[in-house]
Ligand binder design. Structure first.
Ligand code: ATP
Ligand code: MG
Length: 300
């Protein structure tokens, strides 16, 4: 077990795709920091929660070793390293606590553009080589699919392997697919749907960190929930109410606020965005002074 500590330490990516959104999410949870001169460590000011700024590859290991308590890392990296640990007989050391809704991408198998793809069975018995930075996830998938291909591990620029002649296929992260296309490859199978996740140890904490982690998770759930939530407010006459309620059937309950003159002031919580068209329909049904407000914070 890790040493007793009264401050929580969170590992995040120092620079790269997940760095900025991770900091923004934690800041939205009410955390603020004083940055150290070496830019490795951010000392928490508002709460005893510090940040360690590292390569994303190092995050699972830092949690496993108890150097950090939590981490923001891609599911792809977390699963890959969990698989690698399992292969050498190490116990599970971390788990996914929350999906964070950013850094979405897919780990995909890609083949040369001119291949006719009929399915994974097509790869059997051909002695093919597949280049990847995710050998453990790929090996597991190949085993499931009963494909006897050779896994060629590369740490970067996987997409150029077929042109270099190092492999026939690749298995790599894809978001837009532009990189694959530029290398005359096409994605054909999804091995993993990935996004940034909050990772933590398998066991909980048995000191002051337990309460801190619990508070942080509760705030994070609040932030993640309200991200897509909008409060709709408007005025209307009582006669318009049934028609407005029909239009807002998918939203939360229509709440009447006390108002001075005969007209009603109403509000409803909506998930997702509200389009101009929806607003115009509400207006035609009798809603006035329509307003869509972003939700900053909420405690369920
Ligand atoms: P580091 O220097 O920290 O090791 P990196 O180059 O390994 O950085 P990034 O390219 O910043 O990492 O990607 C970090 C994570 O972002 C990936 O592990 C993945 O979860 C996610 N991601 C989202 N879209 C993509 C994409 N198109 N390509 C690669 N990663 C993506
Ligand atoms: Mg990395």
């Amino acid at each position: 077990g890790a040493a007793t500590r009264d401050r929580l330490r969170i590992a995040i990516q120092k620079s790269g795709r997940l760095a900025e959104p991770a900091r923004k999410l934690l800041a939205a949870c009410g955390l603020s920091w004083r940055e150290s001169r070496d830019k490795l460590f951010c000392y928490g000011e508002s709460l005893p929660v510090d940040l360690l700024l590292v390569r994303d590859d190092d995050i699972p290991g830092l949690i496993a070793d108890g150097v950090c308590d939590l981490g923001v890392v891609g599911r792809n990296e977390l699963d890959e390293q969990a698989g690698a640990r399992a292969q050498v007989g190490l116990p599970q050391a971390y788990r996914e606590l929350r999906g964070l809704g950013f850094g979405q991408c897919r780990l995909m198998l890609a083949v040369p553009e001119d291949w006719d793809w009929t399915g994974p069975a097509q790869l059997r018995g051909r002695g093919l080589r597949i280049a990847t930075s995710y050998p453990s996830i790929l090996s597991r998938w190949l085993q499931e699919q009963q494909i006897d291909a050779q896994v060629v591990e590369l740490s970067g620029s996987v997409e150029i392997a077929p042109r270099l002649g190092t492999a026939e296929l690749i298995c790599d992260l894809v978001s837009s697919g532009a990189t694959l296309k530029a290398n005359q490859l096409k994605p054909v199978e999804t091995l993993l749907e990935s996004e940034a996740v909050l990772a933590g140890p398998v066991g909980g904490f048995d000191d002051a960190r337990a309460a801190l982690a619990q508070m942080l998770l509760r705030r994070m759930d609040g932030v993640l929930q309200v991200r897509e939530r909008k409060l709709l407010m408007f005025n209307a006459d009582r006669e318009a109410l049934p028609a407005l309620e029909r239009l807002l059937a998918d939203a939360g309950p229509l709440v009447q606020l006390p108002s001075a003159n005969g007209a009603l002031t109403l509000q409803a919580m909506c998930e997702g965005t509200i389009s101009w068209q929806q607003l115009e329909e509400l207006e035609r049904a009798g809603a006035r002074q329509l307003m869509v407000l972003g939700v900053e914070r909420s405690l369920a």
